[in-house]
Design a binder for this molecule. Structure first.
Ligand code: CA
Length: 229
């Protein structure tokens, strides 16, 4: 298998060094950019499997970089792990307007960060279901072509939102604990940050608009897709 490529967009040399060293040791090809503009350029040319993206960047900030990556068909499916300095920015970051797949708060511990990187990458290659299209309650999810529609209108979902919708819609009526949803979205054996799921669900509901109620909250457990009757 070809080496997977990770693009690090970060302006602090010490962080770049430690990430480059350790990700290379883990067998990844590492590409580096020190500001947002260069980062976007690198993303276009290297087409990495994953971007580690700092929030506070010179020239173009991390949120703009994230938006631009998501709005370009060439780069929209690249996994994005955001590095943030403050945890209160999390809502915005993993929310629908930005579309990062996950985040790590600085200062971070190396091991959990590498774990997140691997989980995000594994998620892209997991192929556990045999069906490719689910159509229920006016919502259609075509996993093969990565297209989700509500009443025929195509939705712009982040990879995480897509995976959540796919998971829930396959088994209407079944309550999924947050932990399980987290694992389905990230791969197995990932430390749980249940709040992340809530943020993705909120964003997904907003995008579903008048169909938002198909995703029900199961108090004390997690979420389920409304059953058909
Ligand atoms: Ca920075």
């Amino acid at each position: 298998m070809a080496k997977q490529t990770i693009l690090i967009i970060e302006d602090e040399p010490s962080i770049v060094d430690v990430l480059t060293y350790n990700l290379t040791k883990e067998g990844f090809d590492v590409v580096v950019a020190a500001d947002g503009q260069e980062g976007l350029r690198r993303a276009q040319t290297a087409l990495p499997d994953l971007v580690i993206l700092d929030l506070m960047l010179p020239v173009i900030d991390g949120l703009d970089v994230c938006r631009q990556l998501r709005s370009d068909p060439k780069t929209q499916d690249i996994r994005i792990l955001m590095l943030t300095a403050r945890s209160e920015e999390v809502d915005e970051i993993v929310g629908f307007s930005m579309g990062a797949d996950d985040y790590v708060t600085k200062p971070f511990k190396l091991k959990p960060l590498i774990h997140r990187v691997k989980a995000l990458l594994r998620r892209a290659s997991v192929d556990e279901q045999s069906r490719d299209v689910v159509s229920v309650q006016g919502i259609e999810v075509d996993r093969l072509n990565h297209v989700a529609k509500v009443d025929g209108r195509e939705l712009q979902l982040t990879p995480t939102e897509f995976q959540l919708l796919w998971t829930l819609a396959q088994q209407p009526g079944r309550a999924f604990p947050r932990n399980e949803l987290l694992n389905r979205c990230r791969g197995e054996d990932t430390p749980s940050f249940e709040r992340t799921i809530d943020v993705h669900i909120r964003s997904l509901r907003q995008k579903l608009e008048h169909r938002s109620r198909v995703i029900e909250t199961v108090r004390g457990v997690g979420y389920r897709f409304q059953s058909k009757d």
